[in-house]
Design a protein. Structure first.
Ligand code: RRO
Length: 310
């Protein structure tokens, strides 16, 4: 079995990447990922200036997944750009970078800086942070998304990707697919970010479990797998010629296989990586190999996007 995948000019030994936000805020965390079994790594969503994020506690795990309202804590885009400048792109695994400006202007300034740096990285523009009090997710505003992508395409002259929020209605899949179809610079879409503004309750304490937004936060883990798979499948078939990164509910080789079967080129691991640490990446990779052997598949292209319907 060969898990290798080549896409948008990068080569990966296997399709596993961390989900942006998990284990990727500091150089130390990024280096641990670089030394893990990951096929590539991605940095924490960055803003123009460093941010401390929301008050703690701001992450909690449950039997079925996680809730977070981190609030975009990050070291500022210059820190991650500096990491990318020193990175051994020749010999190391591919590096992706997540950008999540607080405004159109901030996004344009950062994307212009990334363009100027001319590094062999893939940028994932985050349209879907659910945890900034008073700031709606841009991915739920189709006109604003179209404007942002048009403006970014003028200052960033290479293919880039977008991290989308989950959609729940075919009309909305269609509207976002039309926006992305109209932007030739889009090389990939990552589906999905956390399901925004869920509420986890601790029954014993009769309390919320995280402090920001009176307990509301983005949901990840087992809860989100079917929604993630639906978004991957719908965008993969509506956007032929673009790549889809699957993210949501991957904690073994089985869910990784499902995402790829639904059309994902590569996949990202969030909650499971947060809970288990980077060793889970080797485990998931090996489980995917065994599953493919069982099924008689040799490469990812043998089954990618081949989900059967009834
Ligand atoms: O930092 C966060 O609160 C956060 C971000 Br930017 C995001 O895109 N998704 C998420 O679940 N949390």
């Amino acid at each position: 079995v060969d898990l290798a995948v080549a896409w948008l000019g990068i080569q990966m030994d296997n399709p596993l990447i961390n989900a942006s936000g998990v284990m990727c805020r500091t150089v130390e965390e990024l280096e641990a990922l670089r030394h893990s079994a990951a096929g590539a790594l991605i940095t924490k969503s960055c803003t123009l200036e460093p941010r401390k994020g929301n008050p703690e506690p701001r992450y909690a795990s449950t039997a079925l997944g996680s809730i977070n309202s981190m609030g975009l804590p990050n070291a500022g885009y210059r820190y991650y750009l500096d990491y990318a400048r020193r990175y051994d792109h020749e010999h190391g695994k591919p590096l992706l970078m997540s950008v999540s400006g607080m405004s159109l202007e901030d996004n344009l300034e950062m994307m212009a800086a990334f363009d100027e740096a001319a590094l062999p990285v893939l940028v994932e523009l985050n349209l879907s942070c659910p945890n900034l009090p008073g700031k709606p997710q841009i991915g739920y505003d189709f006109e604003a998304s179209a404007r942002l992508l048009a403006e970014v395409s003028k200052v960033y002259r290479r293919p880039f990707g977008v991290k989308l929020p989950p959609y729940f209605d075919p009309v909305h899949f269609g509207e976002m697919a039309d926006v992305l179809d109209g932007c030739p610079s889009i090389g990939f879409v990552t589906c999905i970010n956390s399901i925004g503004n869920g509420l986890v309750i601790d029954l014993e304490r009769e309390s919320v479990v995280i402090r920001p937004k009176d307990g509301l936060g983005g949901i990840g883990g087992d809860y989100v797998l079917p929604t993630a798979l639906a978004n991957v499948r719908e965008f993969a078939r509506r956007l032929p010629g673009r790549h889809v990164i699957g993210c949501g509910g991957i904690r073994s080789g089985r869910e990784a296989f499902m995402h790829i079967l639904a059309g994902a080129t590569v996949v990202q691991v969030g909650t499971c990586l947060y809970e288990e640490g980077p060793a889970c990446l080797a485990r998931i990779r090996d489980e995917l190999v065994y599953l493919m052997q069982d099924k008689g598949y040799r490469t990812l292209t043998d089954f990618r996007g081949r989900l059967r319907t009834l």
